[in-house]
Design a protein around this ligand. Structure first.
Ligand code: ADP
Length: 479
């Protein structure tokens, strides 16, 4: 296969910048190198910030309708180019082509949504306490922003940040995961083609994440950073943001509970369980990680889940018919193996799966473990893999307590037909996202984000754009 050579996109130029070397992008299904990208340096990040600084004021002054047109055109072009984008994504990330196509659509939906939000950045007028004054609230773009994104949604995690930033009138420097730079660069190409002014967007890829991001964090001109990734790195960035008092949005780790009550529509719960667990091979921050099932339906649920999981075909996502691709890297595979081994050593049973598939590529069998308890690693940490750990429970109070017993608070799910229980759980579960009889709640028009150690801020929805706006209060006297 021919190796593709990419360049970084800095200040409107496709360039090697000051890179002294390239880094290689690998296909996790074959462990083959598929492309190379210049390994950006700190100077390249500085150049991107300089370019943004040169155009920020002009971009902020553009009409909302002009910015909306660019976003709308970009969404359209993403859809037109969906096959190419999906293919690129599957090559670098591994997810099956059908899922990659789904992600391209999902990613484009953020451009569509924020194209609509751009002209709806309303201010307020507030009744004054003196007759000769008026109070006016203005909303203005925060200025230069940066996005630091992970590999699990190589396109959507970028558009979910870039869409509102551009809509609000902010420039943005994107530092994508070094494991999936190609989708990011393809998105930059699309924005260039639809006429985004030079300098408004830069995409800087490199393996020295810590150094590259430090330049962003230390630069006072960058007023906001939006990060999706691990809680560990999120905490570092929050500390680093203090010195320049940047705004931060942090979408961090999760450890989602998936609760099935005995009055649930079991068929639907099982169907949603498979989707929720297996999307992105279980490598998403909203993937169900702990399945709590009420004792009277425990055996039936576990058996039927194992049956469905066992039917999923594992293999190279570019080949038709595979529903499950490889994990992203060897370390991810090792973590899944460690969680399974630890659970089995402590008494869990493997109903289906449990092993690596093949010698090449980072494939792991869809796995269901029963007799899981809270002493096991898998009940304590995010697994980021295709393993469903099923834990029995007896009462609603007990399961709420168990579901909340982690530092994380991103997504949670429960299945019941009892309407009052829906409200009780929605209010008591300490999570930013709650799927009641729904295993796939993420969508552009809803606020996505966590509480507790899962982060700060919301993305998507009418709330998402507020993260890119400053509130300014105008007190108008002498009236
Ligand atoms: P994940 O591996 O789940 O994507 P990470 O938090 O490791 O989570 O990575 C998310 C993003 O953060 C990536 O773009 C990565 O390059 C970047 N990153 C990783 N480590 C650091 C760090 N120490 N400082 C800044 N950015 C980092």
């Amino acid at each position: 296969m021919e190796l593709e050579t990419y360049r970084n996109f800095i200040g409107g130029q496709w360039t090697n910048g000051t890179a002294k070397a390239v880094f290689e992008v690998m296909n996790p299904a074959t462990e083959e190198v598929i492309a190379s990208v210049p390994n950006a340096t700190s100077d390249d990040v500085r150049a991107a910030i300089d370019a943004a600084a040169a155009v920020q004021a002009k971009w902020a002054d553009s009409l909302a309708a002009e910015r909306a047109t660019i976003l709308r055109d970009a969404a359209r072009l993403m859809r037109e180019r969906a096959e190419h984008l999906a293919h690129t994504m599957t090559l670098e990330e591994g997810k099956p082509l059908a899922e990659a196509r789904g992600e391209v659509n999902y990613a484009a939906s953020f451009f569509d949504w924020f194209a609509e939000e751009a002209p709806r950045v309303y201010g307020d007028t507030i009744p004054s306490s003196s007759r000769d004054k008026r109070i006016v609230v203005l909303k203005q773009p925060v200025g230069i922003t940066a996005a630091i994104t992970p590999w699990n949604f190589p396109a959507a995690m970028i558009t979910r940040k870039l869409g509102p930033a551009l809509a609000a009138g902010c420039t943005m420097i994107v530092k994508p995961s070094e494991l999936t730079p190609l989708s990011a660069l393809e998105i930059a190409r699309i924005l260039e083609e639809v006429g985004l002014p030079q300098g408004v967007l830069s995409v800087v890829c490199g393996t020295e994440a810590k150094d590259l991001v430090k330049v962003i964090m230390d630069d006072f001109r960058v007023r906001k950073v939006s990060f999706t990734g691990s809680t560990e790195v999120g905490k570092i960035l929050m500390r680093q943001a203090a010195d320049t008092m940047k705004r931060v949005s942090l979408e961090l780790g999760g450890h989602a509970p998936f609760i099935v009550f005995d009055d649930a529509d079991l068929e639907s719960a099982i169907q949603q369980a498979v989707l929720c667990k297996m999307r992105g091979m279980g490598e998403t921050c909203v993937s169900a990680n702990r399945f709590y099932v009420q004792r009277s339906v425990y055996d039936t649920f576990a058996r039927q889940l194992a049956e469905r999981m066992g039917q999923l075909s594992v293999g190279n996502g570019l080949q038709a018919g595979h529903a499950v691709g490889p994990l992203i890297e060897r370390a991810g595979l090792a973590k899944v193996e460690r969680h399974v081994a630890d659970a089995v050593a402590k008494g869990a049973k493997v109903l289906v799966g449990g092993r690596r598939v093949g010698e090449t590529g980072y494939f792991f069998e869809p796995t269901v473990l029963t007799d899981v308890d809270h002493s096991m690693l898998i009940a304590q940490e995010e697994t980021f893999g295709p393993v469903a750990a099923v834990i029995p429970f007896d009462t609603e109070e007990e399961v709420i307590q168990q579901a909340n017993s982690t530092p994380y608070g991103l997504a949670s799910y429960f299945f019941t037909r009892d309407v009052s229980r829906v409200f009780r759980l929605a209010e008591k579960l300490e999570y930013g996202i709650i799927g009641a009889n729904d295993g796939m709640p993420s969508t552009a028009q809803a606020p996505f984000g966590g509480i507790k150690s899962s982060g700060l801020g919301r993305e998507g929805s009418m709330y998402g754009i507020q993260e890119y706006l400053d509130i300014k209060y105008l007190s108008l006297g002498g009236i």
